[in-house]
Ligand binder design. Sequence first.
Ligand code: AQP
Length: 336
Amino acid sequence: MTDFKQRIFSGVQPSGNLTLGNYLGAIKNWVGLQNTYETIFCVVDLHAITTWQDPDVLRNATREVAAGMLASGIDPKKSIIFNQSQVPAHAELAWIFNCVARMGWLNRMTQFKEKAGKHKERASVGLYVYPDLMAADILVYLATHVPVGADQKQHLELTRDIAQKFNSDYGVDFFPEVEPLIFGAATRVMSLRDGNAKMSKSDPSENSRINLTDDRDLIAKKIRKARTDSEPLPGTLDGLEGRAEAKNLINIFAALSDRDAADVCLEYEGKGFADFKRDLADLSVSVLGPITEEMNRLMDDTSYLDGVLRQGAENADAIASPILKNVHEIVGFLRP
Ligand code: AQP
């Protein structure tokens, strides 16, 4: 890795199976960035425990997310891949950021409101301060670019606020401005059961999402069952307005085939969903099938996976520790 490359950080929670949303909104886009940037990709297990995780399930999901990243094309020779809890600097900087971020800022975070729902008094404190940890994940590497799905935009704005406030409170120019990288035809993949809800690992309905671990038959079945309307497909993007489910499926098709959504609309103009869904199922299976097979192969080789995560953590720690040391000095922590 060379010094002149700008640094990227991004992560995925091992809070369940990787979904098509995680793949199209994040991981797929990471692959192409490995040659242009210095890339650090993290399985964020500290974030996952903001909601209850069974310890054995968490360990397995951590390996599975790492396997998903590798199977999608993240190359451990080009990128650092590790799980967050192996590098203590994340949690340490997060504490400092808890003292920089303001309650008012966190109160505005829509993800907390969505995840805590009506029971916010019973949500963990960790879920509330999740965005401070996310800011620490990025800034502990002085990363400048963060490729994420559209749902993370608000958290990245908070990361910029925290960096700015830290710099101004301590009269330094230490933390950089962070830029979100949100691209691809599916920046927000929606549930297959409800075009207005995000596709999510933790949605109780299995049919709402495609998991990267689903086999070919299951993928095809879920697409066949996906909710749609009774109109034929329109020839333009304007015709998708007010048709959330149709729009979602067109965007998924475009993202999986690396095409423009407008181009996909034109091809399917006037056709019914039966034809379109059959083609979408074939496309999904042809793109995701090989990834699933490679994930399964990697999951049978845990010593290889663990080796990648161990080496990744060493490399990540070598970048993060000196940066955290500078932060200690700036903040005034005595190191006798
Ligand atoms: N539906 C989505 N469309 C596009 N991008 C998505 N991402 C997640 N869901 C979609 C992107 O995937 C990356 C990792 O997300 P995460 O695992 O850290 O957390 P999340 O956004 O909370 O994802 P989930 O699947 O909804 O997890 P749970 O159910 O555990 O909360 C991020 O870049 C995210 O934008």
